[in-house]
Design a protein around this ligand. Structure first.
Ligand SMILES: C[S@@+](CC[C@H](N)C(=O)[O-])C[C@H]1O[C@@H](n2cnc3c(N)ncnc32)[C@H](O)[C@@H]1O
Length: 345
């Protein structure tokens, strides 16, 4: 494969990558990605299968830090137990397909199905995740809304989650603002993405801060008989993220963390924020929808063990390679380069 592939299509809702720049030039930073979106090019995905070390049902065990990566189906309880065994999970980060057609692609693992089928799929994987949570645990799920289809599955999924009440209690609804969006001429640009937060028991929560400076003064409060202003009361000169995150750059091909081939990669900054607030060093984190392996890499960086899986052997392989690549080079992704250099000959 000597020629770079065509640009990525922008998706409607999933945090997605900016299309690569036009023609390849002598400047490496302007190169196109060496692997196309794998949902749009099934023939390329087929060519990658021989390079995948795991077959469906298999689990790779990391000899260094004890992470695990499987080619497993999140809706299969026996598969989830094969990954988790007797360990109990302190933090589950779930990023399932959103049931929204992404770009022009409609692949078996990212297709749009009828709502009942999607909720049935959701009910299954949520059950299996809840079954392996520790007594005190955090549970996050990324989800989208299709404005062309009654905003499904967002409200339906929230209502479905009440089935686990009071084991899982709703804790927060976070909105992440994307920089790029869809529909600016005839509609408000769709730049949002939802992250639901539930807890089991009473797990610890560690406050974190963004890099955004505090700029507003004048919130006065009397402390010990003295009128104080918010700047002097605060522990940090930057703001806390709150439940609207506006400081997360979407992954695109110029970023080091970019993983060519992946079409729904979450930014490491978002995953690190979840790990830092909602888990401690040494905890085990579960992510059954690995894709580019963002949770595994964030866990490696922050000294959490991660058990992760994807139904597609290619994404499980990319996930393992991303960890190995990071350990060898210190790099968080491949930018525009190919995670499978062997296919280029
Ligand atoms: C939205 S992506 C996850 C993105 C990931 N958080 C990241 O940052 O790269 C969803 C992934 O779920 C996988 N998937 C779809 N159905 C699955 C299932 N039943 N079990 C496990 N993985 C599944 C897809 O192959 C896809 O890679």
């Amino acid at each position: 494969m000597n020629k770079p592939f065509e640009m990525k299509q922008a998706s409607l809702f999933q945090i997605e990558k900016e299309p690569a720049a036009k023609p390849a030039t002598s400047s490496p930073s302007l190169q196109r990605e060496r692997l196309p979106r794998l949902d749009k090019y099934p023939e390329v995905r087929e060519r990658l299968l021989p390079y995948c070390r795991l077959r469906p049902g298999e689990v790779w065990e990391d000899p260094i830090r004890g992470h695990r990566v499987g080619v497993l189906d999140a809706t299969n309880g026996e598969h989830v137990n094969r990954l988790v065994r007797d360990t109990r999970i302190a933090l589950a980060i779930n990023d399932p397909p959103y049931n929204i057609k992404v770009g022009n692609a409609n692949t078996p693992h990212l297709s749009k199905q009828n709502l009942e089928a999607y909720l049935d799929f959701s009910r299954k994987w949520v059950t299996h995740v809840v079954n392996v949570l520790a007594e005190h645990a955090h549970f996050y799920v990324w989800i989208g809304a299709d404005y062309r289809d009654g905003f499904q599955p967002f409200p339906d999924f929230m209502i479905l989650m009440r089935d686990w009440h009071p084991i899982l209690k709703s804790r927060n609804l976070i909105t992440v603002r994307n920089q790029r969006g869809y529909g600016t001429q005839k509609n408000w640009m769709w730049v949002r993405q939802e992250l639901l937060h539930y807890v089991k028991g009473n797990p610890p929560f560690q406050v974190v801060y963004t890099d955004i400076p505090k700029i507003l003064r004048g919130y006065y409060k009397v402390v010990n008989g003295k009128i104080t202003e918010n700047m002097e009361r605060s522990k940090s000169d930057t703001i806390r993220p709150g439940n609207v995150w506006v400081d997360i750059q979407q992954v695109f091909y110029r970023m080091e963390e970019n993983v060519p081939g992946c079409y729904a990669q979450k930014p490491l900054k978002a995953i690190r924020r979840i790990l830092e607030t909602s888990s401690r060093e040494g905890d085990v984190v579960l992510d059954l929808f690995a894709h580019s392996g963002a949770t595994l890499l964030a866990g490696e960086m922050l000294h959490r063990r991660v058990f992760t899986a994807d139904i597609d052997p290619v994404f499980a392989e990319i996930t393992i390679r991303r960890l190995e690549h990071f350990r060898q080079t210190g790099k968080t992704g491949w930018q525009w380069r190919n995670p499978f250099p062997e296919m280029e000959g």
